[in-house]
Design a protein around this ligand. Structure first.
Ligand SMILES: Nc1nc2c(c(=O)[nH]1)N[C@H]1C(S)=C(S)[C@@H](COP(=O)(O)OP(=O)(O)OC[C@H]3O[C@@H](n4cnc5c(N)ncnc54)[C@H](O)[C@@H]3O)O[C@H]1N2
Ligand code: MOO
Length: 635
């Protein structure tokens, strides 16, 4: 395919400008209402105020179980001169809710009625008119407004509408959203998931979001990249829906047809928005209906949905938009950005003292998990080339702030046990290596730093580093786990790797950890000891930030070996050559030791549940786990 046939001329329209162009074109013409049965009205939004047809109660009714009497006939009753009443003449028995018939005008509770012979009762106190009677309209008076316009009907409102005799009412029409997943590689069923195929997850996310925002999703099965087929599918969807979403095929691939089809059958208002992720967004109109081409990557598709589709659905459904909760936070890790676009960076959040700390998550547009794990989103403006660690940023909360307040913030070395801890207690875990953790702790940006730093002169772990970097400050080291470090290798060890000296072989490709990672220090320590030049190791410069990333690199044949923990090797079904146990401990400023989050944390790592689950990972030992060593301060 020639470039001329591809859509390589994607624009870079500012996001606010794109919204303005799009929403101006759509206007209000599509908002409409329908009259529906009250029984189907839950969660719908009223188009106009609803007034009661009937009063409730619509007859005078007994408010208590007892007898109905004529109040005036009971006057003068007292202990000395009780009144004797005859059934059928002076009173009738009545239950709560029963109709009060003429001439009765008061109810005496059964507890105050003394039964005598058949058909006779005695009362010791008079009744006053209308006592224990619910009069007509006590609750709702016919003609009274039950709920105003633009109100979402809750179960309680539904009750009041029915009580008020409302049988039908006008509500905003739910917008129908046609959802078209596209791509020859996209499959719907797990059994079709062969190599090169991708399961359609995006359109399921859209379905859920459409429902949440008050629309009616009409999803179809994924369709192949075929111009005519896609064109006809879009035309049909436009015919049957109010808004049409086409997922993937929005960029410059040889089979990205969407933009040309919309051009042919309608109008493309914008192709290319200055956002990351989400750049190749298409905003178009076909037969006066909005048609949106949403980029295929899952994170891109979610962000584009939230930016352009959500406000559109809300405009029709009149569901109220939840107020955005914006907070100021300190960034714990640098974000590099470009001047080309506004970037949406997913972050973990946690409060350290009164400071909200934002730790950026992976930024790849394909990493759905960065959204699943995110507590908030930081928008890096187009005018910014990045944000430094320690800078203040604005963050939009995605989770409840109370939960964020309960979250323990950990920044430092990565280990699989952090996932287990975060499954037992709220934990935000940033992976920047042991030294990165120490730096973050010095800046006051975390409660704990998992570290495993080998002192090359003494062979001891962690203590000397704490003394060096926290001079004069009282720190606590919570003993964590002993974990087995070693070489991860492919199953069966096809390259016959035995130890560090094999790393310089011509046929061995190594994958390294980032500078400052404890595992990197362990490697350099051993290379030094054995007089091995790092420049002779192929792949020494390739840095990964987690053990699992190293394991994946070996598993996927990008490299032959790397240093890492046994549990990561086991998780990826790799073989493992042990190098030795190291101490993976948790550094905490002494003043936080009373903090409930730290107390909880210690309880968690001492717990049987934690130890059982970690043991299953393989390669861990528990020696004094949870014990506290005080380092520094006034000794
Ligand atoms: N030469 C260029 N290449 C690309 C550009 C560009 O400007 N020039 N833009 C890149 C960006 S940014 C994005 S975002 C993607 C968007 O691509 P498309 O919208 O055309 O989508 P595809 O290429 O078909 O798919 C991308 C990715 O998403 C997966 N996918 C698609 N549909 C689904 C679904 N329903 N559920 C889950 N995942 C889905 C698909 O398999 C791909 O992995 O283009 C870049 N390329
Ligand atoms: O715009 Mo794409 O969504 O950055 O990956």
């Amino acid at each position: 395919m020639k470039n001329a046939d591809r859509n390589i001329y994607i624009s870079n329209t500012d996001v606010d400008k794109a919204k303005e162009i799009f929403f101006r074109e759509i206007g209000d013409k599509l908002v409409s209402y329908e009259e529906i049965d009250v029984l189907n009205s839950l969660n719908r939004v009223t188009y106009e105020a609803v007034f009661a047809k009937n009063s409730s109660p619509h007859y005078n009714s007994a408010a208590m179980d007892g007898i109905a009497v004529v109040a005036e006939n009971t006057y003068g009753a007292n202990e000395v001169n009780p009144k004797i009443l005859a059934e059928g003449k002076d009173f009738v028995y009545i239950n709560t809710g029963n109709l009060i018939k003429e001439p009765y005008n008061a109810v005496i509770m059964i507890e105050d009625v003394i039964e005598m012979e058949e058909g006779k009762v005695k009362i010791l106190n008079p009744a006053y008119p209308w006592q224990h009677i619910r009069e007509i309209g006590e609750d709702i008076v016919a003609g009274e407004m039950i709920i105003p316009s633009n109100k979402k009907i809750r179960p309680l409102d539904l009750g009041a509408l029915i009580a008020g005799g409302v049988e039908k009412l006008k509500v905003y029409k739910k917008p129908k959203i046609g959802i078209i997943p596209t791509g020859s590689e996209i499959v719907e069923k797990f059994e079709d998931l062969k190599e090169g195929k991708i399961i359609d997850s995006n359109s399921r996310v859209f379905e859920g979001l459409v429902l949440e925002y008050g629309g009616e999703p009409n999803r179809i099965s994924p369709i192949k990249d075929d111009y005519e087929l896609l064109k006809n599918t879009i035309l049909k969807a436009v015919d049957e829906n109010d808004i049409v979403l086409i997922n993937a095929g929005s960029s410059a691939g040889s089979e990205d047809y969407t933009v040309n089809i919309i051009k042919e059958i309608g109008k493309v208002l914008v192709h290319g928005v200055a956002i990351k992720p989400g750049k190749p967004t298409i905003l178009g109109i076909v037969n006066e209906k909005p048609v949106i081409g949403i980029p295929g990557y899952p994170v891109s598709s979610y962000i584009v949905f939230e930016l352009f589709v959500k406000p559109l659905i809300l405009k029709y459904s009149k569901f109220e938009e939840k107020k955005e909760e914006i907070r100021k936070a300190v960034l714990s890790k640098r974000i590099v950005s470009t001047l080309k676009n506004k970037e949406f960076v997913r972050v973990n959040l946690g409060y350290v003292k009164d400071k909200l700390i934002a730790t950026p998550l992976t930024r790849g547009a394909g990493v759905t998990m960065s959204l699943v794990k995110a507590d908030g989103v930081v928008e890096v403006p187009q005018s910014s080339e990045g944000i430094e660690a320690g800078d203040w940023v604005e963050v939009k909360l995605l989770k409840d702030e109370d939960r964020i307040k309960d979250t323990l913030v950990s920044i430092g070395s990565h280990d699989l046990i952090m996932d287990i801890i975060s499954d037992i207690m709220p934990l935000s875990s940033g992976h920047v290596g042991s030294m990165g953790g120490i730096m973050a702790m010095r800046r006051g940006e975390c409660h704990v730093s998992p570290i495993h730093l080998l002192d090359e002169s003494t062979g001891e772990y962690n203590i000397s580093y704490i003394k060096k970097y926290f001079k004069g400050r009282k720190m606590a080291l919570i003993k964590g786990v002993k974990r087995l470090q070693g070489f991860m290798i492919k199953k069966g060890n096809p390259k016959n790797i035995k130890g560090f000296s094999d790393l310089t072989r011509d046929d061995v490709y190594f994958v390294n950890r980032q500078r400052g990672a404890g595992t990197r220090i362990l490697l350099d320590y051993n290379l030094n000891k054995l007089n091995i030049e790092s420049s002779n190791i192929k792949g020494y410069e390739r840095e990964m930030t987690t053990h699992m990333a190293v394991a994946v690199s070996i598993k996927s044949n990008s490299s032959d070996t790397g240093l890492g923990i046994m549990s990561a090797a086991k998780a990826m079904n790799l073989d493992f050559i042990p190098v030795g146990y190291e101490c993976y401990d948790f550094l905490v400023p002494f003043e936080y030791m009373e903090d409930e989050k730290i107390i909880n944390f210690i309880n968690v790592i001492k717990s049987k549940e934690f130890k059982d689950r970690v043991t299953k990972l393989g390669g861990y030992e528990f020696e004094g786990t949870g014990d506290v060593i005080i380092v520094g301060g006034l000794e």
